[in-house]
Design a binder for this molecule. Structure first.
Ligand code: GDP
Ligand code: IMO
Ligand code: MG
Length: 459
């Protein structure tokens, strides 16, 4: 059983300048965020950085995320459990901003325990919202409705119930939170209301027991009971840790261009995936962040629908997919592939306040004669003229109208998966990294040349 400290917060008082300085030196907060459309390799870098932190915290999204950590010949695909779980001394915190499918979480916990990974230090916010079985049905029905009737407007969601659960959170009256799973009577009342709402929406679909409040109460409170010892006020837990000088790492789910406010709306997920989501998703204010590590692939990928200016629907795109094994960690869907879009990434660097970059899957680019990098867009105006810009227009309708302008960089022939230091990289590969750094205006502090822990060059 894990207990959080029960101290109550002291009443605020004015600090002397020296006290203020001391206090800001206590604790360190690092964020890891994806700068593209997801699957940039966040799991690998969170695992790497977790060794130097006391807690790893998820603050957004849910089981739509699929973060891979490879240790020797063991591969772990994590969905709700933070990627710091492999370190026995590190707390793994599921923050209030996450939408938790409790059955999936339990399944993941049991899967890890079976593989000998202790999950003793995994805790969940009592205020995180619950993804119930009917949310997944709603996700499916909405996608189906959007596919029918002419133009396919579906988002290509992961069907994990993410959007419907966040919609209920905003709606309030039909929402269930993790803390509710521990109080069967109150849960039953809430489910009566939720099911009444859902029955009006889930017609023409096989619902099974998913809208039966009694059966749902039984099913969800049984899971709640198994999670009971892990459920707590994670906001106080994190502030207590920071007050003791502990180091906290925030793990972004999904990615910047899928952020509900700053992404390629409406082809986005339903949460704030950027570093901006950390404060609302955990209760730790943004000003506590000391370090924001932006994770980017050396090229672009996207799963699901929505504009992607540099997408390659040709043999080169297929080659990137095969070399990068670009198939979804959560759904197994083939990912759309294309050249690196620096216009998009520089926008993401800006909105996240990125302080350093981890350049991932760099090994995938070996063997190409030439590498294209998008450094500007040409936008077609209504009057037939065109405009060149290096600003990213996040709205899908605008982004659909852009044509990427490329610069060509020399390829590097040799495989680089064995590189262990900057000097092991061929000169042309180093040129690519320097080009990225210069364009983005932030240092590349990590270069990844393979999925393994050791296949990492740290600058
Ligand atoms: P995440 O969602 O951002 O954590 O990324 P995913 O785990 O969904 O997808 C990244 C994939 O790339 C995983 O299969 C990783 O094991 C793999 N990977 C991570 N870094 C590298 C790398 O540098 N090179 C190669 N070839 N694969 C990598
Ligand atoms: P990680 O954390 C890639 C995409 C889906 C879909 C859209 C909305 O592994 O990088 P949702 O189920 O969230 O309503 O789907 O967002 N998407 C991701 N794509 N990686 C992810 O997470 C994603 N999470 C959501 O494919 O297009
Ligand atoms: Mg992923």
């Amino acid at each position: 059983m894990i207990e959080s400290s029960t101290t109550t917060a002291a009443a605020p008082r004015a600090l002397s300048r020296a006290e203020g300085r001391d206090r800001t030196q206590k604790g360190t907060c690092t964020a890891v965020v994806g700068l593209q459309w997801g699957d940039e390799g966040k799991g690998k870098i969170v695992d790497l950085l977790a060794a130097d932190h006391d807690a790893v915290v998820r603050y957004n999204g849910g089981a739509n995320a699929g973060h891979t950590v490879v240790v020797g010949d063991q591969k772990y695909a994590l969905h709700l459990v933070p990627s710091g779980i492999l370190y026995p001394g590190v707390m793994a915190v599921v923050g209030n901003g996450v939408v938790v499918d409790p059955e999936k979480l339990l399944e993941e916990i049991e899967g890890l325990e079976k593989r000998g990974v202790s999950t003793e230090r995994l805790v969940v916010s009592s205020r995180a919202h619950v993804v119930a079985p009917y949310h997944k049905l709603e996700d499916e029905v909405r996608e189906r409705l959007l596919t029918g009737g002419g133009k396919d407007g579906s988002i290509g969601t992961t069907k994990r119930g993410i959007g419907p659960c966040y919609a209920d959170k905003a709606q309030r009256s039909s929402a269930i939170r993790v803390g509710d799973l521990l109080r069967p009577e109150a849960l039953r009342e809430k489910l009566e209301i939720a099911c009444r709402f859902k029955r009006t929406r889930l017609v023409d679909i096989e619902v099974g027991d998913s809208l039966d409040p009694a059966k749902l109460t039984e099913r969800l409170s049984a899971v709640g009971e198994k999670l009971r010892a892990r459920v707590m006020d994670t906001t106080y837990l994190l502030h207590d840790m920071l007050g003791e000088g502990k180091r906290v790492l925030f793990e972004g789910g999904n990615a910047t261009l899928l952020d509900v406010d700053h992404g390629t709306y409406p082809f986005v997920t339903s949460s704030n995936c950027t570093a901006l989501g950390i404060s609302t998703g955990t209760g730790v204010p943004g000003r506590r962040l000391d370090r924001v590590v932006g994770i980017m692939k050396a090229y672009s990928t996207r799963v699901g629908a929505g504009p992607m200016p540099t997408e390659l629907l040709d043999a080169t795109g297929n080659l990137l997919r095969e070399r990068g094994r670009e198939y979804g960690t959560t759904t197994g869907r083939p990912r759309r592939c294309g050249w690196l879009d620096l216009v998009a990434v520089r926008y993401s660097v800006m909105v996240n306040g990125v302080t350093e970059i981890a350049l991932m899957l760099f090994d995938v680019l070996a063997g190409f004669d030439e590498l294209q990098v998008c450094t500007a867009y040409e936008i077609a105006r209504a009057d037939g003229t065109t405009e060149r810009t290096d600003r990213f227009p996040p709205d899908a309708v605008d982004l659909e109208r852009v044509t990427p302008i490329y610069e060509t960089l020399p390829g590097f022939g040799e495989e680089i998966t064995g590189a262990r230091g900057w000097d092991d990289l061929p000169a042309k590969a180093r040129e690519y990294v320097e080009f990225v750094e210069k364009y983005l205006g932030v240092p590349v502090s990590i270069v990844s040349v393979g999925p393994g822990r050791g296949q990492t060059l740290v600058g």
